[in-house]
Design a binder for this molecule. Structure first.
Ligand code: FRU
Length: 495
Protein backbone atom coordinates (compact mmCIF):
# COMPACT_ATOMS: atom_id res chain seq x y z
CA UNK A 1 0.00 0.00 0.00
CA UNK A 2 1.23 3.47 -0.90
CA UNK A 3 0.65 5.90 1.96
CA UNK A 4 -0.33 9.45 1.10
CA UNK A 5 0.50 12.37 3.38
CA UNK A 6 -3.20 12.79 4.12
CA UNK A 7 -3.41 9.20 5.35
CA UNK A 8 -0.26 9.49 7.43
CA UNK A 9 -1.48 12.64 9.17
CA UNK A 10 -5.14 11.74 9.48
CA UNK A 11 -6.34 12.54 13.03
CA UNK A 12 -6.57 9.34 15.11
CA UNK A 13 -10.31 9.87 15.63
CA UNK A 14 -10.91 9.55 11.87
CA UNK A 15 -9.61 5.96 11.62
CA UNK A 16 -12.37 3.33 11.68
CA UNK A 17 -12.28 1.21 14.87
CA UNK A 18 -12.64 -1.92 12.75
CA UNK A 19 -9.48 -1.10 10.82
CA UNK A 20 -7.43 -0.70 14.02
CA UNK A 21 -8.87 -3.98 15.35
CA UNK A 22 -7.95 -5.74 12.13
CA UNK A 23 -4.32 -4.61 12.09
CA UNK A 24 -3.98 -5.23 15.85
CA UNK A 25 -5.04 -8.84 15.25
CA UNK A 26 -2.66 -9.11 12.32
CA UNK A 27 0.21 -7.84 14.50
CA UNK A 28 -0.62 -10.23 17.35
CA UNK A 29 -0.68 -13.17 14.92
CA UNK A 30 2.66 -12.35 13.30
CA UNK A 31 5.24 -15.13 13.45
CA UNK A 32 7.91 -12.43 13.68
CA UNK A 33 6.51 -10.61 16.70
CA UNK A 34 8.95 -10.72 19.62
CA UNK A 35 7.63 -11.79 23.05
CA UNK A 36 10.06 -10.50 25.66
CA UNK A 37 10.95 -7.34 23.72
CA UNK A 38 8.53 -4.43 23.46
CA UNK A 39 6.81 -4.37 20.08
CA UNK A 40 3.89 -2.18 18.98
CA UNK A 41 0.37 -3.57 19.32
CA UNK A 42 -0.14 -2.29 15.76
CA UNK A 43 1.61 0.04 13.34
CA UNK A 44 5.06 1.48 13.80
CA UNK A 45 7.23 1.88 16.88
CA UNK A 46 10.36 4.03 16.79
CA UNK A 47 12.39 5.92 19.40
CA UNK A 48 12.34 5.09 23.11
CA UNK A 49 11.31 8.23 25.06
CA UNK A 50 10.99 9.40 28.66
CA UNK A 51 13.14 6.63 30.18
CA UNK A 52 13.00 7.23 33.94
CA UNK A 53 12.55 5.85 37.45
CA UNK A 54 9.54 7.38 39.18
CA UNK A 55 7.27 6.46 42.05
CA UNK A 56 9.01 3.12 42.63
CA UNK A 57 8.77 1.94 39.01
CA UNK A 58 10.69 2.14 35.77
CA UNK A 59 8.92 4.15 33.10
CA UNK A 60 9.55 4.13 29.40
CA UNK A 61 7.58 5.49 26.45
CA UNK A 62 7.93 4.91 22.76
CA UNK A 63 7.18 6.76 19.55
CA UNK A 64 4.12 5.24 17.95
CA UNK A 65 2.11 5.49 14.76
CA UNK A 66 -0.62 2.92 15.45
CA UNK A 67 -2.27 2.84 12.02
CA UNK A 68 0.41 1.37 9.79
CA UNK A 69 4.11 0.56 9.28
CA UNK A 70 5.02 4.13 8.28
CA UNK A 71 6.19 7.34 9.96
CA UNK A 72 2.87 9.15 10.34
CA UNK A 73 1.21 11.15 13.09
CA UNK A 74 3.25 10.23 16.19
CA UNK A 75 2.27 9.81 19.82
CA UNK A 76 3.89 8.41 22.99
CA UNK A 77 2.86 5.02 24.37
CA UNK A 78 3.60 4.31 28.04
CA UNK A 79 5.39 1.24 29.47
CA UNK A 80 5.92 0.44 33.16
CA UNK A 81 8.24 -2.12 34.75
CA UNK A 82 9.42 -3.35 38.14
CA UNK A 83 12.64 -4.89 36.84
CA UNK A 84 13.58 -3.37 33.44
CA UNK A 85 12.75 -6.71 31.80
CA UNK A 86 8.99 -7.27 32.08
CA UNK A 87 7.27 -4.21 30.64
CA UNK A 88 3.57 -3.54 30.77
CA UNK A 89 2.15 -1.49 27.92
CA UNK A 90 -0.49 0.81 29.42
CA UNK A 91 -1.36 2.50 26.16
CA UNK A 92 -1.21 6.04 24.77
CA UNK A 93 0.28 8.72 27.03
CA UNK A 94 0.72 11.81 24.86
CA UNK A 95 -1.50 12.25 21.82
CA UNK A 96 -1.12 14.86 19.06
CA UNK A 97 -4.15 16.83 20.21
CA UNK A 98 -3.05 20.45 20.74
CA UNK A 99 -2.03 23.28 18.39
CA UNK A 100 1.56 22.79 19.62
CA UNK A 101 1.88 19.13 18.63
CA UNK A 102 -0.83 18.74 15.98
CA UNK A 103 1.40 16.87 13.47
CA UNK A 104 3.09 14.66 16.02
CA UNK A 105 4.29 14.22 19.58
CA UNK A 106 7.96 13.68 18.78
CA UNK A 107 10.78 12.35 20.93
CA UNK A 108 11.79 13.61 24.34
CA UNK A 109 12.74 12.72 27.88
CA UNK A 110 11.45 12.59 31.45
CA UNK A 111 12.78 13.92 34.71
CA UNK A 112 11.48 13.53 38.27
CA UNK A 113 10.69 16.91 39.85
CA UNK A 114 9.26 16.83 43.36
CA UNK A 115 6.38 14.35 43.49
CA UNK A 116 5.82 14.34 39.75
CA UNK A 117 7.45 13.28 36.52
CA UNK A 118 8.07 16.07 34.03
CA UNK A 119 7.85 14.96 30.39
CA UNK A 120 9.53 17.12 27.79
CA UNK A 121 8.98 16.50 24.09
CA UNK A 122 8.99 18.11 20.67
CA UNK A 123 5.66 19.11 19.23
CA UNK A 124 5.79 18.74 15.47
CA UNK A 125 3.63 21.39 13.85
CA UNK A 126 3.19 21.98 10.13
CA UNK A 127 1.46 25.02 8.68
CA UNK A 128 -0.77 25.08 5.59
CA UNK A 129 2.35 25.20 3.36
CA UNK A 130 3.66 22.15 5.22
CA UNK A 131 6.41 24.32 6.70
CA UNK A 132 7.56 22.80 10.02
CA UNK A 133 7.37 24.70 13.34
CA UNK A 134 8.91 22.68 16.16
CA UNK A 135 7.86 23.46 19.74
CA UNK A 136 9.50 22.15 22.90
CA UNK A 137 6.65 21.18 25.17
CA UNK A 138 6.16 20.00 28.73
CA UNK A 139 3.67 17.82 30.60
CA UNK A 140 3.33 16.64 34.20
CA UNK A 141 2.63 13.05 35.14
CA UNK A 142 1.31 12.42 38.65
CA UNK A 143 1.62 9.34 40.86
CA UNK A 144 -1.47 7.83 39.24
CA UNK A 145 0.15 8.15 35.81
CA UNK A 146 -2.27 10.93 34.86
CA UNK A 147 -0.67 13.30 32.40
CA UNK A 148 -1.47 17.00 31.99
CA UNK A 149 0.14 18.96 29.19
CA UNK A 150 1.30 22.53 29.84
CA UNK A 151 -1.00 24.99 28.05
CA UNK A 152 1.89 26.64 26.21
CA UNK A 153 5.26 25.51 24.83
CA UNK A 154 8.39 25.97 26.91
CA UNK A 155 10.17 27.47 23.91
CA UNK A 156 10.19 27.48 20.12
CA UNK A 157 12.83 27.34 17.44
CA UNK A 158 15.77 29.76 17.86
CA UNK A 159 16.97 31.92 14.95
CA UNK A 160 20.27 30.10 14.62
CA UNK A 161 18.76 26.70 13.80
CA UNK A 162 16.56 25.49 10.96
CA UNK A 163 13.24 23.78 11.69
CA UNK A 164 15.26 20.64 12.49
CA UNK A 165 15.26 21.28 16.20
CA UNK A 166 13.97 18.41 18.37
CA UNK A 167 14.42 15.56 20.87
CA UNK A 168 14.95 17.47 24.14
CA UNK A 169 16.82 15.77 26.97
CA UNK A 170 16.07 17.52 30.25
CA UNK A 171 18.83 17.41 32.87
CA UNK A 172 19.20 18.94 36.31
CA UNK A 173 22.65 20.00 37.55
CA UNK A 174 23.38 22.07 40.67
CA UNK A 175 19.81 23.30 40.94
CA UNK A 176 19.49 24.42 37.31
CA UNK A 177 17.71 22.78 34.42
CA UNK A 178 19.45 22.17 31.12
CA UNK A 179 18.09 20.83 27.87
CA UNK A 180 20.09 19.26 25.06
CA UNK A 181 18.43 19.16 21.65
CA UNK A 182 19.23 17.76 18.25
CA UNK A 183 19.60 20.64 15.79
CA UNK A 184 20.67 21.81 12.38
CA UNK A 185 22.60 25.07 12.28
CA UNK A 186 20.88 27.57 9.97
CA UNK A 187 24.01 29.18 8.53
CA UNK A 188 25.87 26.11 7.27
CA UNK A 189 23.25 23.36 7.71
CA UNK A 190 25.50 21.32 9.99
CA UNK A 191 24.26 18.98 12.70
CA UNK A 192 24.64 20.38 16.23
CA UNK A 193 23.55 19.79 19.81
CA UNK A 194 21.69 22.85 21.08
CA UNK A 195 21.74 23.83 24.77
CA UNK A 196 19.06 25.70 26.74
CA UNK A 197 19.04 26.53 30.46
CA UNK A 198 16.44 27.54 33.03
CA UNK A 199 16.13 28.08 36.78
CA UNK A 200 12.41 27.48 36.96
CA UNK A 201 11.35 25.45 33.88
CA UNK A 202 9.51 28.56 32.68
CA UNK A 203 12.08 31.10 31.55
CA UNK A 204 14.52 29.55 29.14
CA UNK A 205 17.85 30.91 27.93
CA UNK A 206 19.35 29.89 24.63
CA UNK A 207 22.95 28.89 25.37
CA UNK A 208 23.91 28.22 21.76
CA UNK A 209 25.48 24.87 20.95
CA UNK A 210 27.26 22.36 23.12
CA UNK A 211 30.94 22.71 22.34
CA UNK A 212 32.08 19.11 21.96
CA UNK A 213 33.79 18.76 18.58
CA UNK A 214 35.49 20.73 15.82
CA UNK A 215 34.43 18.18 13.24
CA UNK A 216 31.60 18.51 10.78
CA UNK A 217 29.27 15.72 11.92
CA UNK A 218 26.91 15.92 8.94
CA UNK A 219 23.64 17.75 8.38
CA UNK A 220 21.66 16.83 11.50
CA UNK A 221 22.07 15.27 14.94
CA UNK A 222 19.08 13.41 16.36
CA UNK A 223 18.39 12.15 19.87
CA UNK A 224 21.30 13.56 21.94
CA UNK A 225 21.75 12.14 25.45
CA UNK A 226 24.23 13.14 28.11
CA UNK A 227 24.81 10.64 30.89
CA UNK A 228 27.44 9.91 33.46
CA UNK A 229 28.95 6.45 33.38
CA UNK A 230 31.36 5.56 36.17
CA UNK A 231 31.66 9.34 36.84
CA UNK A 232 32.63 10.14 33.26
CA UNK A 233 30.36 12.19 31.00
CA UNK A 234 29.21 10.33 27.89
CA UNK A 235 27.37 11.77 24.89
CA UNK A 236 25.18 9.38 22.91
CA UNK A 237 23.68 10.69 19.67
CA UNK A 238 22.72 9.99 16.05
CA UNK A 239 24.54 12.04 13.42
CA UNK A 240 22.94 12.06 9.96
CA UNK A 241 25.05 12.54 6.85
CA UNK A 242 28.29 11.81 8.70
CA UNK A 243 31.35 11.48 6.47
CA UNK A 244 32.56 7.86 6.54
CA UNK A 245 36.13 9.14 6.82
CA UNK A 246 35.26 10.23 10.36
CA UNK A 247 33.65 6.94 11.33
CA UNK A 248 33.43 3.69 9.46
CA UNK A 249 29.73 2.79 9.56
CA UNK A 250 27.40 0.89 7.26
CA UNK A 251 23.85 1.52 8.50
CA UNK A 252 21.99 4.39 6.84
CA UNK A 253 22.68 6.49 9.96
CA UNK A 254 24.88 5.47 12.88
CA UNK A 255 24.17 5.71 16.59
CA UNK A 256 27.42 6.96 18.13
CA UNK A 257 29.02 7.93 21.43
CA UNK A 258 31.86 9.98 22.86
CA UNK A 259 33.34 9.53 26.32
CA UNK A 260 34.33 12.92 27.73
CA UNK A 261 37.04 14.04 30.11
CA UNK A 262 34.76 16.67 31.55
CA UNK A 263 31.47 18.34 30.87
CA UNK A 264 30.44 21.74 32.10
CA UNK A 265 26.88 22.68 31.25
CA UNK A 266 27.30 26.19 32.67
CA UNK A 267 29.62 27.13 29.83
CA UNK A 268 28.36 24.43 27.46
CA UNK A 269 31.61 22.54 27.12
CA UNK A 270 32.25 18.84 26.76
CA UNK A 271 35.91 17.95 26.34
CA UNK A 272 37.13 14.66 25.01
CA UNK A 273 40.29 13.16 23.64
CA UNK A 274 38.44 10.33 21.94
CA UNK A 275 37.15 9.94 18.44
CA UNK A 276 33.55 9.18 17.64
CA UNK A 277 32.69 5.50 18.26
CA UNK A 278 29.84 3.27 17.12
CA UNK A 279 27.46 2.44 19.95
CA UNK A 280 26.30 -0.79 18.31
CA UNK A 281 27.96 -2.77 15.53
CA UNK A 282 24.81 -4.54 14.34
CA UNK A 283 22.40 -3.85 11.50
CA UNK A 284 19.46 -2.24 13.30
CA UNK A 285 20.09 0.22 16.14
CA UNK A 286 19.07 3.87 16.25
CA UNK A 287 17.79 6.63 18.54
CA UNK A 288 19.03 5.01 21.75
CA UNK A 289 17.98 6.72 24.95
CA UNK A 290 20.01 6.57 28.15
CA UNK A 291 19.52 8.02 31.62
CA UNK A 292 21.06 7.92 35.08
CA UNK A 293 18.88 6.14 37.64
CA UNK A 294 18.65 7.56 41.17
CA UNK A 295 21.59 5.35 42.26
CA UNK A 296 23.72 6.84 39.45
CA UNK A 297 23.73 3.71 37.28
CA UNK A 298 23.30 4.49 33.57
CA UNK A 299 20.84 2.44 31.50
CA UNK A 300 20.28 2.50 27.77
CA UNK A 301 17.56 1.22 25.48
CA UNK A 302 17.49 1.38 21.70
CA UNK A 303 15.08 1.40 18.81
CA UNK A 304 15.79 -1.83 16.87
CA UNK A 305 15.06 -0.18 13.57
CA UNK A 306 16.33 2.51 11.25
CA UNK A 307 14.73 5.47 9.53
CA UNK A 308 13.94 5.23 5.83
CA UNK A 309 14.37 1.44 5.61
CA UNK A 310 11.59 -0.97 4.62
CA UNK A 311 11.27 -4.05 6.88
CA UNK A 312 9.61 -7.40 6.07
CA UNK A 313 6.80 -6.92 8.62
CA UNK A 314 5.62 -3.80 6.77
CA UNK A 315 3.54 -6.39 4.87
CA UNK A 316 1.83 -7.25 8.15
CA UNK A 317 1.09 -3.61 9.02
CA UNK A 318 3.51 -3.36 11.94
CA UNK A 319 7.20 -2.53 12.28
CA UNK A 320 10.07 -2.53 14.77
CA UNK A 321 10.62 -3.12 18.48
CA UNK A 322 12.80 -1.95 21.35
CA UNK A 323 16.06 -3.56 22.44
CA UNK A 324 16.72 -5.12 25.81
CA UNK A 325 17.63 -2.55 28.46
CA UNK A 326 21.40 -2.35 28.73
CA UNK A 327 23.47 -1.40 31.76
CA UNK A 328 26.44 0.83 30.91
CA UNK A 329 29.94 0.79 32.35
CA UNK A 330 33.32 2.04 31.13
CA UNK A 331 36.33 -0.23 30.74
CA UNK A 332 39.58 0.63 28.93
CA UNK A 333 38.01 3.87 27.72
CA UNK A 334 35.17 2.07 25.98
CA UNK A 335 31.50 1.89 26.75
CA UNK A 336 30.45 -1.61 27.82
CA UNK A 337 26.80 -2.62 27.46
CA UNK A 338 25.28 -5.60 29.22
CA UNK A 339 21.70 -6.74 29.58
CA UNK A 340 20.36 -6.04 33.07
CA UNK A 341 20.76 -8.90 35.57
CA UNK A 342 16.99 -9.42 35.86
CA UNK A 343 16.98 -10.96 32.38
CA UNK A 344 18.19 -14.16 34.09
CA UNK A 345 14.69 -14.57 35.55
CA UNK A 346 13.49 -15.54 32.07
CA UNK A 347 15.84 -18.53 31.86
CA UNK A 348 14.38 -22.06 31.78
CA UNK A 349 15.60 -25.56 30.87
CA UNK A 350 19.34 -25.02 30.79
CA UNK A 351 21.43 -27.16 28.43
CA UNK A 352 25.17 -27.43 28.87
CA UNK A 353 27.09 -27.27 25.59
CA UNK A 354 30.66 -28.48 25.88
CA UNK A 355 32.78 -30.16 23.28
CA UNK A 356 35.60 -30.43 20.85
CA UNK A 357 35.04 -30.20 17.13
CA UNK A 358 37.65 -31.54 14.68
CA UNK A 359 38.78 -29.30 11.82
CA UNK A 360 36.32 -28.94 8.91
CA UNK A 361 33.46 -30.61 10.79
CA UNK A 362 30.07 -29.34 11.84
CA UNK A 363 27.82 -30.12 14.79
CA UNK A 364 24.28 -29.25 15.80
CA UNK A 365 24.61 -27.48 19.15
CA UNK A 366 20.86 -27.27 19.81
CA UNK A 367 18.37 -29.10 17.60
CA UNK A 368 15.11 -27.38 18.54
CA UNK A 369 16.06 -24.18 20.31
CA UNK A 370 12.62 -22.63 19.92
CA UNK A 371 12.15 -18.97 19.12
CA UNK A 372 13.01 -17.39 22.47
CA UNK A 373 16.37 -18.33 23.87
CA UNK A 374 19.72 -17.21 25.25
CA UNK A 375 22.96 -18.79 24.10
CA UNK A 376 26.31 -18.25 25.76
CA UNK A 377 29.44 -19.52 24.12
CA UNK A 378 33.10 -19.34 25.10
CA UNK A 379 35.70 -19.85 22.42
CA UNK A 380 39.38 -20.02 23.41
CA UNK A 381 42.17 -18.18 21.60
CA UNK A 382 43.47 -19.48 18.25
CA UNK A 383 40.23 -20.89 16.90
CA UNK A 384 38.25 -20.25 13.77
CA UNK A 385 34.74 -21.24 12.85
CA UNK A 386 31.12 -20.31 12.29
CA UNK A 387 28.18 -20.32 14.64
CA UNK A 388 24.88 -20.37 12.81
CA UNK A 389 21.50 -19.39 14.19
CA UNK A 390 18.15 -19.97 12.49
CA UNK A 391 19.97 -22.72 10.60
CA UNK A 392 18.30 -24.76 7.89
CA UNK A 393 21.00 -26.86 6.25
CA UNK A 394 18.65 -28.18 3.52
CA UNK A 395 17.63 -24.73 2.38
CA UNK A 396 21.11 -23.25 2.95
CA UNK A 397 19.64 -20.72 5.34
CA UNK A 398 21.23 -19.35 8.49
CA UNK A 399 22.43 -16.24 10.29
CA UNK A 400 26.20 -16.66 10.44
CA UNK A 401 28.52 -15.51 13.18
CA UNK A 402 32.04 -16.08 11.84
CA UNK A 403 34.64 -15.93 14.58
CA UNK A 404 38.40 -15.91 14.41
CA UNK A 405 40.46 -15.72 17.60
CA UNK A 406 43.82 -16.29 15.90
CA UNK A 407 46.31 -13.56 15.01
CA UNK A 408 43.84 -12.10 12.47
CA UNK A 409 41.17 -11.88 15.14
CA UNK A 410 37.74 -10.70 14.06
CA UNK A 411 34.03 -11.31 14.32
CA UNK A 412 31.81 -11.10 11.23
CA UNK A 413 28.04 -11.33 11.26
CA UNK A 414 26.48 -12.33 7.95
CA UNK A 415 22.76 -11.84 7.33
CA UNK A 416 22.87 -12.61 3.58
CA UNK A 417 21.24 -16.04 3.92
CA UNK A 418 19.14 -15.40 6.98
CA UNK A 419 15.64 -15.40 5.58
CA UNK A 420 13.84 -12.41 4.12
CA UNK A 421 16.33 -9.88 2.81
CA UNK A 422 16.04 -6.13 3.33
CA UNK A 423 18.33 -3.09 3.55
CA UNK A 424 20.84 -4.95 1.36
CA UNK A 425 22.03 -1.66 -0.11
CA UNK A 426 23.75 -1.10 3.24
CA UNK A 427 25.62 -4.42 3.14
CA UNK A 428 24.83 -7.89 4.43
CA UNK A 429 27.73 -8.25 6.88
CA UNK A 430 28.88 -6.32 9.95
CA UNK A 431 32.21 -6.85 11.67
CA UNK A 432 34.71 -5.83 14.32
CA UNK A 433 38.37 -6.54 14.79
CA UNK A 434 39.15 -8.37 18.01
CA UNK A 435 42.33 -8.47 20.05
CA UNK A 436 44.61 -11.13 18.57
CA UNK A 437 44.76 -14.51 20.29
CA UNK A 438 42.32 -13.79 23.07
CA UNK A 439 39.36 -15.94 24.13
CA UNK A 440 35.96 -14.79 22.92
CA UNK A 441 32.63 -14.84 24.75
CA UNK A 442 29.26 -14.44 23.11
CA UNK A 443 25.97 -13.89 24.93
CA UNK A 444 23.14 -14.06 22.39
CA UNK A 445 19.45 -13.24 22.85
CA UNK A 446 16.92 -14.48 20.31
CA UNK A 447 13.29 -13.45 20.33
CA UNK A 448 11.59 -14.52 17.09
CA UNK A 449 12.98 -11.87 14.72
CA UNK A 450 15.30 -10.17 17.23
CA UNK A 451 18.96 -11.12 17.60
CA UNK A 452 21.19 -9.26 20.06
CA UNK A 453 24.79 -10.39 20.38
CA UNK A 454 26.86 -9.20 23.36
CA UNK A 455 30.56 -9.79 22.78
CA UNK A 456 33.19 -10.14 25.54
CA UNK A 457 30.95 -9.04 28.38
CA UNK A 458 29.57 -6.05 26.47
CA UNK A 459 32.72 -4.72 24.81
CA UNK A 460 30.80 -4.85 21.51
CA UNK A 461 27.11 -5.29 20.82
CA UNK A 462 25.57 -6.33 17.51
CA UNK A 463 21.79 -5.80 17.47
CA UNK A 464 19.61 -6.74 14.54
CA UNK A 465 16.41 -8.11 13.15
CA UNK A 466 16.41 -11.44 11.34
CA UNK A 467 13.33 -12.73 9.50
CA UNK A 468 13.72 -16.48 8.86
CA UNK A 469 11.65 -17.89 6.01
CA UNK A 470 8.48 -19.62 7.17
CA UNK A 471 8.69 -23.39 7.67
CA UNK A 472 12.46 -23.63 7.75
CA UNK A 473 14.21 -25.59 10.50
CA UNK A 474 15.79 -23.59 13.25
CA UNK A 475 18.94 -25.27 14.52
CA UNK A 476 21.96 -23.79 16.21
CA UNK A 477 25.06 -25.20 14.54
CA UNK A 478 28.80 -24.83 14.93
CA UNK A 479 31.30 -25.35 12.12
CA UNK A 480 35.02 -25.60 12.70
CA UNK A 481 37.49 -24.28 10.15
CA UNK A 482 40.17 -25.64 12.44
CA UNK A 483 39.76 -27.65 15.66
CA UNK A 484 37.45 -25.90 18.12
CA UNK A 485 37.03 -26.41 21.84
CA UNK A 486 33.85 -24.79 23.03
CA UNK A 487 31.96 -24.33 26.23
CA UNK A 488 28.49 -22.88 26.48
CA UNK A 489 24.96 -22.87 27.84
CA UNK A 490 21.57 -22.53 26.25
CA UNK A 491 18.35 -21.52 27.98
CA UNK A 492 14.84 -21.21 26.75
CA UNK A 493 13.51 -17.76 27.71
CA UNK A 494 9.94 -17.16 28.77
CA UNK A 495 8.06 -14.34 30.47
C1 FRU B 1 14.49 9.79 15.34
C2 FRU B 1 13.38 10.79 15.09
C3 FRU B 1 13.47 11.96 16.05
C4 FRU B 1 12.06 12.44 16.09
C5 FRU B 1 11.27 11.16 16.02
C6 FRU B 1 9.95 11.26 15.34
O1 FRU B 1 14.18 8.51 14.89
O2 FRU B 1 13.42 11.25 13.75
O3 FRU B 1 14.42 12.93 15.68
O4 FRU B 1 11.76 13.17 17.25
O5 FRU B 1 12.09 10.24 15.34
O6 FRU B 1 9.25 10.07 15.44
Amino acid sequence: MKWTRTQRYLPYSKWPTEYLKKITRQTADSAYRPLYHTAPTSGLLNDPNGFSYFNGKWHLFYQSFPYGPVHGLKSWVHLISDDLVNWKDIGPALLPDTPYDAQGVYSGSAHVIGERLFLMYTGNVRDENWQRHPYQNGAWMDQNNQITKLPRPLFGQPQHTTDHFRDPQLLEKAGRYYVLLGAQNAADKQGKIALFASDDLKNWQDRGYLNFTDQNLGYMIECPNLIWVDHQPVLVFCPQGLDKKLLNYQNIYPNTYLIGKQCNLTDGSFTTDQSLTLLDHGFDVYASQAFNAPDGQAYLVSWLGLPEIAYPTDQENWAHCLSLVKKLTIKNNRLYQQPVAAIKQLRQNQQQLTGKLPATSETVLVKNPGKQYELQLEIPADQKGTLQLFRDSKQQQGFKINFDTTQAAQLVLDRSQAGQQFAQAYGTTRQVDLTAQQPLTLDIFIDNSVCEVFVNGGEFVFSQRVFPLPATTNEITLEAAQEIIYNGRWWQLAN
